[in-house]
Structures are given as structure tokens and as C-alpha cells.
Design a protein around this ligand. Structure first.
Ligand code: GKR
Ligand code: MG
Length: 435
């Protein structure tokens, strides 16, 4: 293959397509997933005719930032990722907060700040640039990141308490049934293991009183002896409760994820238990790392390339984790196959990927790709196809975009508490700590 000429790598067109994708009624401490959730699909075209795909959050605040960034990208090279980062830092969207705007009720992603919004949008464009560059050069994205260190990436089953049906309209029904007790969670885990070969399991907690969630973890430990288990209540517990749970489950937990809210509380718990603590909530920016390290608040960082700013930022985070002796794995939110491919490529290049990555993907029955990524024995193959190695299904994209267009605004901004109020009109987002 002839190397692309620099002029061929200039962006000539950017298409932004917001979509609504089906989501099951998964429970978390803030409420329940709505029947549909927004994502943004980004397509780039270069002067040489290469195309690139990216994906990020699709809520209004992200779209408002993506539009000016898309316009500003025209004429720039897909290789200019540092320039993209600088450009994104200068962007302002109409609904973008000027500073910290409190806890992100939609995504349990820690505090949503203007900077984190910008980085989440930038990450979608960075992935699209890398995909286009890879197509132009005939190289996989992992090669553009320095090369894959492994041929496959391990993922863990992401177990959720869930209802059988949405309280908020029919959505797209599935055949998983309800899972509201230890037996239901074990049945769900078995199905994940049978279907995808997962051998480690994460339970989303913070939904029921902690003794019930401990019983579910115990039941998993009996059903899958010796398998790595994680419990993540999204900061819903007091320090006292967190220590009780850590004590109770110390022999079976791989780690406890965000048992309490905030770096200070995490540090207090970390100092009093041998169970490792992981986070995707109290440390979600580079600025938050020094305090967390100084206080010994976390042992494992759960990166999310969306809000850390992309695949290069994920590698920078990995380097800091190596420096400070912290473990690294990956967090996920509801996402499609483009983001899963991006996670897999970057994960393949990180030397210190110490734990299986999270993914919501098996819960997603819809995608915008012609072919869904397939888990084998709980892993995804990294592959050497150019770019991300995925192909857009235009008909599916158009159908999911039509759903977004037809929406009256109810689902365009994820709101788990609003969905919960359909079942329980008196529901308010619980104060922290909840237990
Ligand atoms: O989708 O309900 C959910 C999760 O709670 C998600 O929003 C979190 O961001 O999975 C995430 C986590 O690990 O905290
Ligand atoms: Mg988490």
C-alpha cells in the first residue's frame, strides 16, 4: 500500500448522527435505565477518501459541543491529535456549564464538569481520526498507538439487578427476565458465562440494602468458585457500611469499586481494609490523581477513554498508574460497538492492564455496525484490520437516528431518576450515603 500523502489526510467532511439505542431496565443507585439512551456517532471523511468512525455520549450538552468542534475540524489533518485536543479545550457549547455542575445524575461518572464534557466529545473525534488515519495507512488503530502487546483483551460480565420490563413504556423487550435477588443474579451470571465465556463478574450495587448485595456476591462465589468478583455501589455507602461489606466479603472480592463517595472517604476506607478499592468516580481527571495518590485512596484506576479524553489520554493515565504502582482496568457506560472496538485497541497497547475490562455491550441488543463484536471465552480479539476494524451499517444508523428525531425529548438526555419515578412517583435521587 502506498503511504498517504499529507494532503490526503485533511478532513473534508464530518457527519454527526445522534441516535437513541434500546437499553434494558437496569437498576442503579440513582434509578433505572430508560428504554432508550442517546449516543452520538461521528463520521469523518478525508481528502483521500478515507472514512473514520467515533462514538461518544449523545446527550444535549455533548451534541452542543460536538457541532462546533466538527466544523472546526474541516481542513485539519486526522494525524493532528494534539491540535484536536487544543481545539476541543477552547470549545464552548450553548448548554455547556462554565464550571462544576454537581453530580452527574445521568451517568454515575463522578462530577460532570465543563472540562470533562469537552474531553468526552474530543475522545469521539480522536477515535474517528485514528480510524480514518488507520484506513488511509492500512494500519490498525493499535499500531498507531504504538502496537498491540496482546492478541485479545479480557472483559468481565457486568451483572445488574433489573426488572423484567420498563416502567416507562415498552421499549424493546428482551428475554432476560427480572433479577432482584441472589438466585436471579447467579442465573444472569450463568447466562453471561454460557453465552460469552466471561470468567470474572462485576455486580452493580447500591440498589438494595448492603446485606442483600453481600448475599448475591456470596451466591456468585459459591456458583463460580475462585472467580474474580467485584461489587460497585457507586459511592452509596457510608464508611462504616463499606468497611462492614469489605470485612464480610474480603475472601472473595477482587476489589470493591467506589464503595463510598469522594477521595477523602475512599482514603479512610482504604486505610482500614486489605480489600483493594477501585474507582471510576472519585478520580476521573488528571488533576484528581495527586490527592488520591497522596491519600492512598485507590489501588485500581478504572479508565474510561470517553471522559479521560481519548485513547492517547488513556495511555498517559496508564503511565501514571505504572509510576505510582496503581492497577489499571476499564470502566464503561452504555455504549455501542465503535466504543467497544476503541476500548479493545487501546487496551491491547497498555502494558499494565491488570484486570478484565468492564463493558455494558452485551446488554445492548442494537448496534450501528454490520457485524457485532463477538466475545470468545470472555475476550475480544484485537485484530489487524485497518482502523478500528468495524463497518458502519447505514440502514441501522438511519433507523436509530429516526428514533432520535421522533423522540419528544423524553430520552434525549439520560435520566435514570425520571424513569424510576414512573414506577415510584415519590422517588428522589438518594442522598449519599444511602446506607
Ligand atoms: O449504567 O447504571 C449504569 C452504571 O452505573 C454506569 O452508569 C456507571 O457509570 O457502570 C458505571 C460504573 O461502573 O460506575
Ligand atoms: Mg463504577
Amino acid at each position: 500500500m502506498v503511504a498517504p500523502r499529507p494532503a490526503d489526510l485533511a478532513v473534508t467532511e464530518v457527519r454527526l448522527t445522534p441516535v437513541l439505542i434500546a437499553d434494558p431496565p437496569l437498576l442503579n443507585t440513582q434509578g433505572v435505565h430508560q428504554p432508550y439512551t442517546p449516543r452520538l456517532i461521528i463520521e469523518l471523511v478525508t481528502a483521500g477518501g478515507a472514512t473514520g468512525l467515533g462514538e461518544t455520549y449523545g446527550d444535549t450538552a455533548y451534541l452542543d459541543l460536538a457541532r462546533p468542534l466538527a466544523a472546526a475540524l474541516i481542513g485539519r489533518s486526522v494525524t493532528d491529535l494534539n491540535g484536536l485536543a487544543a481545539l476541543a479545550e477552547r470549545m464552548r457549547g450553548p448548554s455547556q456549564p462554565a464550571g462544576p455542575d454537581g453530580v452527574d445524575a445521568a451517568g454515575l461518572r463522578g462530577v460532570r464538569t465543563a472540562g470533562k464534557l469537552r474531553r468526552s466529545v474530543r475522545s469521539g473525534f480522536e477515535v474517528a481520526c485514528l480510524d480514518a488515519w488507520g484506513h488511509a495507512a492500512g494500519l490498525p488503530v493499535h499500531a498507531l498507538l504504538g502496537g498491540a502487546l496482546r492478541e485479545r483483551v479480557a472483559y468481565s460480565a457486568y451483572l445488574f439487578y433489573r426488572w423484567e420490563r420498563h416502567p416507562d413504556g415498552p421499549g424493546e423487550p428482551d428475554d432476560w427476565g427480572a433479577a432482584l435477588d441472589p438466585a436471579g443474579i447467579v442465573a444472569q451470571a450463568r447466562r453471561f458465562a454460557d453465552r460469552h465465556g466471561f470468567t470474572s463478574f462485576k455486580l452493580k450495587g447500591g440498589v438494595f440494602p448492603p446485606d442483600q448485595e453481600c448475599a448475591a456476591i456470596r451466591a456468585l462465589a459459591e456458583a463460580f468458585p475462585g472467580r474474580p468478583l467485584r461489587l460497585d455501589p457507586n459511592g452509596a455507602w457510608s464508611e462504616r457500611t463499606a468497611l462492614q461489606v469489605a470485612d464480610e466479603l474480603a475472601d472473595v472480592l477482587e476489589y470493591l469499586e467506589d464503595p463510598v463517595s469522594g477521595t477523602e472517604a475512599m482514603a479512610h476506607v482504604a486505610a482500614r481494609t486489605p480489600v483493594p478499592l477501585a474507582t471510576n468516580m472519585c478520580v476521573t481527571t488528571f488533576e484528581e490523581i495527586p490527592e488520591a495518590v497522596a491519600r492512598g485512596a485507590v489501588r485500581i484506576m478504572l479508565s474510561d477513554h470517553h471522559y479521560w479524553g481519548g485513547l492517547h489520554a488513556t495511555r498517559e493515565l496508564a503511565a501514571l498508574c505504572r509510576t505510582f504502582g496503581l492497577g489499571l482496568a476499564m470502566h464503561s457506560n452504555t455504549h455501542l460497538g465503535i466504543s467497544l472496538a476503541a476500548m479493545t485497541h487501546v487496551a491491547a497497547t497498555v502494558p499494565n492492564l491488570d484486570h478484565a475490562c468492564d463493558t455494558h455491550y452485551p446488554w445492548q441488543t442494537e448496534d450501528v455496525l454490520t457485524e457485532r463484536p463477538t466475545f470468545r471465552a470472555g475476550h475480544l480479539d484485537v485484530g489487524d484490520a485497518p482502523g478500528l476494524g468495524v463497518t458502519l451499517d447505514r440502514a441501522r444508523l438511519a433507523a436509530l437516528h429516526r428514533r432520535w428525531l421522533a423522540d419528544d425529548g423524553r430520552y434525549r438526555d439520560r435520566d435514570d431518576a425520571a424513569a424510576m419515578r414512573r414506577a415510584d412517583p415519590g422517588w428522589t435521587t438518594p442522598a449519599v450515603p444511602r446506607w
